[in-house]
Ligand binder design. Structure first.
Ligand SMILES: [Zn+2]
Length: 426
């Protein structure tokens, strides 16, 4: 069946009537694209820049929603792929949506599932590998010893469930139906994620596919918004791909900016050292009055580069993932609490930190919990790491407002990376 030609649709009446999603720009970072702002959603406001905490399967691992809220985190991002497989988006819909189901009272996001589905395609644990880059591999590279679990065609993706091997199909329409069912305040369009292993030719092909899928996502999103009138309005962000190619990134921004998206996600393959540059290209091309979400970063240097160059929100699993391996963040770097030197260290995880963990427990106690395989270590370190990351971004926001962003950046990064190479650090 030939694809239907895309005609920019009229906004459905329900879209305008709901009007519950909007973005206000606050203070601008002079000479740069960074800014502060407020994202208004049906479940509350998000002051930006903001770190969005990740609750992949509708839970921030090992931490209750109340504990997450107490860290100052403003919003949670869950994963459409995982929730589609288990417990199913229909169930979340019946439960009244992600926020109600999880008892997370604030705004919620879902990513489209594209990242997880495409990751199955290569079997590489991390598709966006920001540290090691090999551009010489073939476009259909599969990690050694891994089976290809996903295949992309022009209409969508076939993939095998990582849970039981069942075969499933995601298309732009399915992704929208799943995300509407889950009911998050912000959804992302279904995109094809490429890797830095792909050739330039393949990047172009994938980008064109992502553009056509974006059009289909908009149409299906509008149809569902109308059909589900009376439900809270869910905003849809387009996702900018294009790897590290300036012309492709800019083209993707122009293509998607011409569509009626509520905001934009910056995704895909990039090297750490190019992060700020790529965010900057996108900020130049994208409309000023729409929020920009950077998918998947949280290291302090990445956070500052991203904010300076115009990212309003970002998410990352790292603060909680590394916590479960006993790593904790401090102003002077990231360290591993499993180390023997913490056995009799009766100080908090980080001196001066006001989080629940640091105001109630010592390094020695949490070291003991971790060594004894007690689950509470996951909870306590996760709370601290989330609070640390949220606070870091909050300080950056306050510094933009006070005109001290660059002083703060120099101080924070100077302190944080001064101990690089410390054998006890991770
Ligand atoms: Zn703390």
């Amino acid at each position: 069946m030939p694809p239907k030609p895309y005609v920019k649709p009229e906004l459905p009446a329900s879209h305008e009537a709901q009007g519950a999603f909007s973005f206000e720009v606050g203070t601008r970072l002079e000479g740069h694209h960074g800014r502060t702002g407020v994202i208004h959603t049906p479940h509350g406001d998000i002051k930006t820049p903001a770190f969005i905490v990740v609750g992949t399967k509708a839970t921030v691992k090992a931490v209750t929603p109340e504990q997450v809220a107490a860290t100052g985190a403003q919003a949670m991002l869950s994963n459409a792929y995982h929730l589609y497989l288990q417990p199913g988006h229909e169930l979340l819909d019946k439960a009244g949506g992600l926020s109600k189901f999880t008892n997370w009272q604030g705004p919620t996001y879902t990513d489209s599932g594209g990242f997880q589905v495409m990751s199955l395609g290569s079997g590489f644990k991390k598709v966006i590998d920001m540290n090691s880059v090999d551009t010489s591999g073939p476009d259909d590279a599969v990690a050694p010893g891994k089976e290809r679990l996903a295949n992309v065609d022009d209409d969508g993706v076939w993939f095998k469930s990582h849970l039981n091997g069942d075969k499933h199909r995601f298309t732009p329409e399915v992704s929208m139906q799943v995300q509407h069912g889950i009911g998050a305040d912000v959804m992302f369009a279904f995109d094809e994620l490429t890797t830095l292993h792909n050739s330039r030719g393949y990047q172009e092909e994938a980008l064109e596919r992502t553009r056509r899928w974006a059009e289909r996502c908009i149409l299906e999103h509008f149809r569902l918004t109308d059909e589900r009138e009376g439900k809270d309005y869910q905003a849809l962000f387009g996702v900018i791909q294009g790897a590290q190619y300036e012309d492709l990134r800019r083209q993707a921004c122009r293509d998607l900016a011409s569509m009626p998206f509520d905001g934009f996600g910056l995704g895909g393959a990039l090297e750490k050292e190019n992060l700020g540059t790529i965010v900057g290209w996108c900020a130049e091309e994208l409309p000023e009055d729409k929020p920009r979400h950077l998918l998947g970063i949280s290291e302090p240097d990445d956070v500052f580069w991203a904010i300076e160059n115009g990212a309003d929100t970002f998410d990352c699993v790292s603060p909680t993932r590394v916590a479960r391996n006993s790593a904790f963040y401090t102003d002077h770097g990231r360290f591993n609490l499993a180390g023997r030197r913490y056995k009799e260290d009766f100080t908090p995880l980080m001196e001066g930190c006001e989080c629940y963990t640091c105001t109630h427990y010592t390094r020695a106690y949490v070291h003991h919990l971790y060594k004894a395989d007690e689950l509470l270590s996951h909870t306590l370190i996760s709370i601290h790491n989330i609070a640390f990351t949220v606070r870091l971004v909050d300080r950056a926001r306050e510094a933009i407002e006070n005109g001290t962003f660059f002083e703060l950046k120099e101080k924070v990064l100077g302190d944080y990376y001064a101990k690089q190479g410390d054998p006890q650090g991770l």
